[in-house]
Ligand binder design. Structure first.
Ligand code: NAP
Length: 275
């Protein structure tokens, strides 16, 4: 199904993929609600969205900023109230805010808080906001929720256990939401991004030497989720890996993980040579 422009809420839109998606949705004539913690960055993205809305000649589309910490129950309840008061109809929620942690499990023995922190934003933040908007979606008889996940849940990837656990939980929530409310008009898209050049991936120095998708192109994947509303947006490699893992998980893990370790070593050597 393809949706014409309406009202979209995009979390994690102060930078990276979420900011690019918000601007592109503005170009398509959507009214855009920007959510993240940093108010100044949200205002800067709002300016870009407004310019995109104006240059595409869309009439009536507006842009709104809602600074919020998605790990804070009361703060999310406050912002849900504001969004619902400001917009009689909300068509799409894009749960894109996230944080990543790259650390071996052996170095996480005294760091359960790593697992709590990733769950707090990536899983519970998205669940909080979805639950806040769900009554409105059900009242409308329509609502679509897009979830930003990662290709790394489709493959056996080492060093990201806290991050990937939270994304796997998020994917499972998306499946449950669709199973329980798809027939009430509440649908979902899960987006499985490959590596994307943003502040998040930039936090790991070896990734400076890795070819990656740019944030503008990744933003188009979220737009596809919001507009075309397929159940899944993924790469061919991601879909094939997922199929392979469901049939031969042990064999694929043995084959793939040494390759990833070798790639990390190569990237580290290349990153050291970079200016
Ligand atoms: N980059 C990649 O390689 C990659 C690959 C696969 C999946 N993804 C996923 O894509 C999504 C976007 O990531 P990105 O790469 O664009 O990274 P990014 O630029 O670091 O964006 C992360 C966004 O999340 C927001 N955020 C973080 N904690 C928050 C909190 N407690 N409350 C509200 N907002 C919060 C940040 O805004 P504030 O700091 O202003 O709050 C920021 O807008 C994430 O879900 C990520 O897991 C990224």
């Amino acid at each position: 199904m393809s949706r014409g422009p309406g009202v979209v809420v995009v979390t994690g839109s102060s930078s990276g993929i979420g900011a690019e998606a918000a601007v592109q949705l503005g170009e398509h004539g959507w009214t855009v609600c920007l959510l993240a913690r940093r108010p100044d960055e949200l205002l800067a993205v709002a300016e870009r969205v407004r310019a995109a809305q104006e240059s595409s000649g869309s009439t009536g589309a507006t842009v709104h900023t809602y600074p919020v910490d998605l790990t804070d129950d009361a703060d999310v309840a406050r912002v849900v109230g504001l969004v619902l008061d400001d917009h009689p109809r909300v068509d799409v929620l894009v749960n894109n805010a996230g944080r990543s942690i790259r650390r071996p499990i052996r170095e996480s023995i005294d760091r359960v808080h790593d697992y709590e922190r990733t769950m707090a934003v990536n899983y519970l933040g998205a669940v909080r906001l979805t639950l806040g908007l769900l009554p409105r979606f059900l009242e409308q008889g329509q609502g679509h929720v897009v979830f930003s996940s990662t290709m790394s849940t489709q493959l056996p990837i080492p060093l990201f256990s806290a991050y990937l656990g939270s994304k796997a939980a998020l994917e499972s929530f998306a499946r449950s939401l669709l199973a329980e409310h798809g027939h009430h008009g509440v649908t979902t898209t899960t987006v499985y991004f490959p590596m994307v050049r943003t502040q998040m991936s930039g936090a790991t120095s070896i990734y400076s030497a890795m070819p990656m998708m740019d944030a503008h192109r990744a933003g188009r994947w979220l737009v596809k989720g919001a507009v075309d509303q397929p159940t899944r947006v993924t790469s061919l490699g991601g879909a094939m890996s997922e199929a392979g893992m469901s049939v031969l998980p042990g064999v694929l893990t043995k084959v793939i993980t040494p390759g990833i370790r070798r790639m990390d070593k190569r990237l580290a050597r290349r990153a050291r040579r970079m200016p």
